[in-house]
Design a protein around this ligand. Structure first.
Ligand SMILES: Nc1ncnc2c1ncn2[C@@H]1O[C@H](COP(=O)(O)OP(=O)(O)OP(=O)(O)O)[C@@H](O)[C@H]1O
Ligand SMILES: [Mg+2]
Length: 144
């Protein structure tokens, strides 16, 4: 099912992501698309909050993956900006995160590994719709 939302601040995007996270089950994979500065990491921080994670979530650009244990499993936050192609991702062990049964996996720059995502992947797209803080957020969940 496709849903669209509009937010007008980072806090509203965080709140939306928090609600989305609280309705997801372990094994969930989220592909988070959007240009530089769209709000992907903001979304990830709200998502973590929804999983009950209290430590701050920042951009994992230099580490590719950050893991946060949570009550219901593990939150994996990946940033594939620096990954050139699917083979590089496979070499790095991307499957471990795409098929983690106790994982809640959220991936920034999913276009780097298009074709590797499992069918149940939820697609999230964040778009700027003006020069200010408004964002259009589209959610496409194949299971709902
Ligand atoms: N409605 C909004 N939703 C999300 N972020 C917003 C919104 N309005 C303004 N912002 C600001 O936009 C910026 C988004 O930064 P963020 O790091 O989340 O982007 P990103 O998509 O992860 O970028 P990158 O591709 O560099 O990883 C933040 O400074 C945030 O405060
Ligand atoms: Mg980011």
């Amino acid at each position: 099912m496709k849903q669209t939302f509009q937010t007008s601040s980072a806090e509203e995007t965080r709140e939306l992501a928090r609600r989305i996270a609280s309705g997801t089950k372990p094994g969930a994979v989220f592909a988070l698309d959007g240009e530089l500065g769209a709000g992907k990491t903001v979304f990830a921080s709200g998502f973590a909050r929804g999983l009950g994670i209290v430590e701050p979530v920042s951009s994992p650009t230099f580490t590719i993956v950050q893991e946060y244990p949570c009550r219901r499993g593990v939150f994996f936050h990946l940033d594939l900006y620096r990954i050139d192609n699917p083979d590089a991702a496979l070499a790095f062990g991307i499957d471990e995160f795409l098929y983690a049964s106790d994982g809640f996996t959220l991936i920034e720059w999913p276009d780097r590994i298009e074709g590797l995502f499992p069918p149940h992947t939820v697609r999230v797209r964040i778009e700027r719709i003006d020069r200010g803080d408004n964002r259009l957020i589209t959610l496409d969940n194949p299971e709902k």
